[in-house]
Design a protein around this ligand. Structure first.
Ligand SMILES: Nc1ncnc2c1ncn2[C@@H]1O[C@H](COP(=O)(O)OP(=O)(O)OP(=O)(O)O)[C@@H](O)[C@H]1O
Length: 718
């Protein structure tokens, strides 16, 4: 199933943009959403692209996304989720097909709510379209077929399953799991490139923060009014003549204020938490691969834990800070109006300073403890990853060596942190007792009930505030420590100059034929940052279209390093590397990597915990078209994976990876090969990819690779 047709979605076709104006459409959408102000350069359509060529359009969207510094994500939705997608997709572009002719148009969706699309018209105006059900629109033709099937298999029961009900949708989805809606591209901002100002504006965060501040202010004011009312009336022995009703109303007023405050807090937490997560994920992909490798998986896992707690703690502290700052100002004012003003205010301020100092102590202790905890996590992950090696080759007596000392050191570092935590908790209670004691002489000397009530109100408010300050000190300290562990990940999101940068500006035509110079290297020099001598020094060569190159050399000679440079995973220190006459800076990393595809050595490659189909086609395009899946199946058969596919009950949908169907070494290496062959690259580099294959399979695999790779470089040992 591919595009929506005009018949299925009649209102939309007349509002959609023609193919020739696709670049104007993308540009206008990006501007209206506020994701980009002005593009760096004009967006040109790819000369070779045709409206029916989904692969070409997808490639062009990626080029446009790079140029505009946004993301364009191809999505597909299954039968049961289509309406959900419709209500969440904006801003997005959907390709629509005319019912008869081979004509396609592009629906440009600016906003959505559950019942309407706001679309951008080709003349720049906006129009609202009712979308009763995209599912009904898209799959109307199949409903009858499904009804017949249901009637046949469920008999009279089928009549009880109401059309459109949850059960009916689920049954239909089971029956036709192949029904999907594709050709929808979501436009999204790149998290690392969104300025704080844009973010605040787009999510309307400042008005929400303002409202939260106002709610907290109102709650504090109501609390003070309640105490004043109580003091001046109840404690003075006034009869209930209306003041008690006012008191009751003030109590009631707290309820809506509190629920509004909670709501705003949750909403802001959700918005900020989402931005934070997106930023971190984006950063993870922009980290230098060498840095990631050096850190080790344990440190990365710790960073994940820290990011979780950082998010929670930062939000918690931020919101508490609101109420606390208001109260820190309010408490001295209330106490000043009470029975022992100077003594109580002095005591309150003294305690506040004391608690801040305790917070500093806790921060330092927490930092040392966190380092010990991270090292424990790193050690545990290392031990788990090396479990098989340890079981097979390490004497049992050494399995737990050093663990006691490590745990003892961890326990020792926990002690000062726990002590600081305890002091922070008890400090607020100590304030309460001392402040009450200070009030004693005023009570004895017969201070007026109003003054005493105000003092007690201030004392209670002060108690709550110092508790918040102590708790805030704990969480802020933990958040600061967590931040230090993940700051590099966060900053990486803004990093454009890593080896994984993505800017681009040119789409190359398909190669014209054999003999053309595809790659030209002149005087390449590369030195690993930690090494003194360069691995590559003055390396020059040419690769022509159609070449079959065997690269051999001693172990450690630099073959893999050269492959990494060619495939755009590393940058040379000096020298020139051109792909079809264009250097990487001009071409952009995305285009460069799509043209030269590397199959890394087995231990550097990965099978993802996803379907086999995804693992095969992730380098081409995902979600995949039926044609992509058919080609993936053919390549698998050519590589001798046909019997495996037959054994798998789910076929290409079978889950593989760590928790899924376990693949053998040779099967995995052929999945890696198929993944590269399906990418339609100009040059394929295979780094020792055949080690695990028996002679029969090797013959098949070589024939398939030779037939499918336009230009090939094999790295192998002599
Ligand atoms: N990330 C790195 N940091 C520092 N040095 C590295 C790094 N990766 C590789 N090297 C060093 O660079 C040199 C070349 O390594 P490379 O992997 O390119 O060799 P190779 O020819 O592919 O070896 P093999 O045939 O054993 O796979 C080696 O001395 C290696 O120790």
């Amino acid at each position: 199933m591919t595009a929506l047709t005009a018949q299925e979605f009649p209102e939309a076709f007349s509002t959609a943009w023609p193919f020739e104006r696709l670049s104007d459409a993308v540009l206008l959408l990006a501007r209206r959403t506020g994701f980009v102000a002005e593009p760096r350069e004009a967006l040109a359509l790819d000369r070779q692209m045709a409206p029916q060529d989904i692969a070409g359009i997808h490639r062009w969207f990626q080029y446009a996304a790079d140029a505009l510094q946004v993301e364009m994500q191809l999505v597909s939705s299954r039968y049961e989720d289509v309406d959900g997608l419709a209500s969440r997709c904006a801003p997005a572009i959907i390709r629509l097909k005319a019912p008869t002719a081979d004509e396609y148009r592009f629906l440009v969706i600016l906003r959505t709510d559950p019942k309407h699309f706001t679309v951008l018209l080709p003349d720049g105006r906006e129009q609202s379209l009712p979308v009763p059900s995209l599912r009904a629109a898209r799959f109307a033709a199949f409903e009858e077929e499904i009804d017949t099937w249901l009637a046949k298999h469920l008999g009279p029961l089928a009549a009880r399953v109401e059309r459109g009900s949850q059960e009916a949708v689920r049954l239909r989805a089971e029956f036709r799991s192949d029904l999907t809606l594709t050709n929808c591209w979501l436009l999204r901002p790149v998290p690392g490139r969104t300025s704080l100002k844009t973010l605040l504006k787009r999510e309307r965060i400042l008005p929400k923060l303002g409202a939260l501040l106002a709610v907290h202010g109102a709650m504090a004011l109501v609390a003070v009014l309640m105490w004043m009312n109580l003091g001046t009336n109840a404690l003075a022995g006034h009869k209930p003549d209306g003041w008690h009703v006012a008191w009751g109303l003030l109590v009631l007023l707290q309820v809506p204020l509190m629920s509004r405050g909670e709501f705003l807090q949750s909403l802001l937490g959700l918005l900020l938490g989402r931005q934070f997560k997106q930023h971190l994920l984006h950063g993870a992909f922009r980290m230098d691969p060498d840095v990631v490798r050096q850190q080790g998986s344990g440190a990365l896992l710790s960073a994940v834990f820290e990011s979780e707690s950082m998010e929670m703690l930062a939000l918690e502290t931020g919101f508490q800070a609101f109420a606390m700052i208001i109260n820190l100002v309010l408490v001295p004012l209330v106490l000043m109006a009470g029975a022992a003003p100077m003594a109580q205010v002095g005591l309150f301020l003294g305690f506040a300073v004391f608690i801040v100092a305790l917070g500093g102590w806790h921060l330092r202790a927490r930092e040392r403890w966190t380092r010990a905890r991270q090292s424990l996590t790193q050690d545990l992950v290392e031990k788990l990853s090396g479990q098989r090696t340890r079981l097979a080759q390490q004497p049992r007596s050494l399995w737990h060596a050093g663990e006691d000392a490590q745990l003892a050191s961890y326990a020792r570092l926990s002690r000062p942190m726990d002590a600081a935590r305890l002091w922070l908790v008890y400090a607020a209670r100590a304030w309460f007792v001392l402040a009450l004691a200070v009030l004693g002489p005023a009570l004895v000397s017969g201070a007026s009930p109003g003054l005493v009530a105000t003092s007690v109100g201030g004392l209670l408010l002060g108690w709550g505030t110092l508790q918040q300050l102590g708790q805030g000190g704990l969480t802020a300290g933990s958040a600061v420590v967590a931040w230090r562990s993940i700051a590099s990940l966060f900053r990486a999101a803004r990093n454009e100059q890593t080896s994984t940068g993505e800017r681009g500006g040119i789409i190359l035509d398909k190669p014209s034929g054999t003999g053309e110079v595809v790659v030209q290297a002149r005087d390449l020099v590369f030195r690993h940052p930690s090494r003194v001598r360069p691995v590559l020094d003055g390396c020059s060569f040419k690769i022509l279209a159609g070449d079959r190159i065997l690269l051999q050399g001693a172990s450690g000679g630099g073959k893999t390093t050269l492959a990494a440079l060619l495939a755009g995973l590393r940058r040379q220190d000096s020298g020139l590397l051109l792909l079809r006459g264009v250097d990487r800076a001009t071409l952009g990393d995305r285009e460069f990597r799509e043209r030269i595809v590397l199959v890394p050595q087995f231990h550097e490659n990965h099978i993802f915990a996803a379907s086999l189909g995804f693992n095969l086609l992730m380098g081409r395009r995902w979600p995949a078209d039926p044609a992509d899946l058919a080609e993936a199946r053919t390549v698998c058969e050519e590589l001798g994976l046909g019997p495996l596919l037959e054994r798998m009950p789910g076929g290409l949908n079978e889950m593989v990876g760590d928790a899924g169907w376990q693949l053998s070494h040779g099967e995995k290496s052929r999945v890696f090969l198929a993944r590269a062959l399906l990418q339609d690259a100009d040059v394929i580099i295979l780094d020792e990819s055949f080690a695990a294959l028996d002679p029969d399979t090797l013959g098949k695999v070589m024939a398939c690779v030779d037939a499918r790779a336009r230009t090939l470089m094999l790295i192998a040992h002599p």
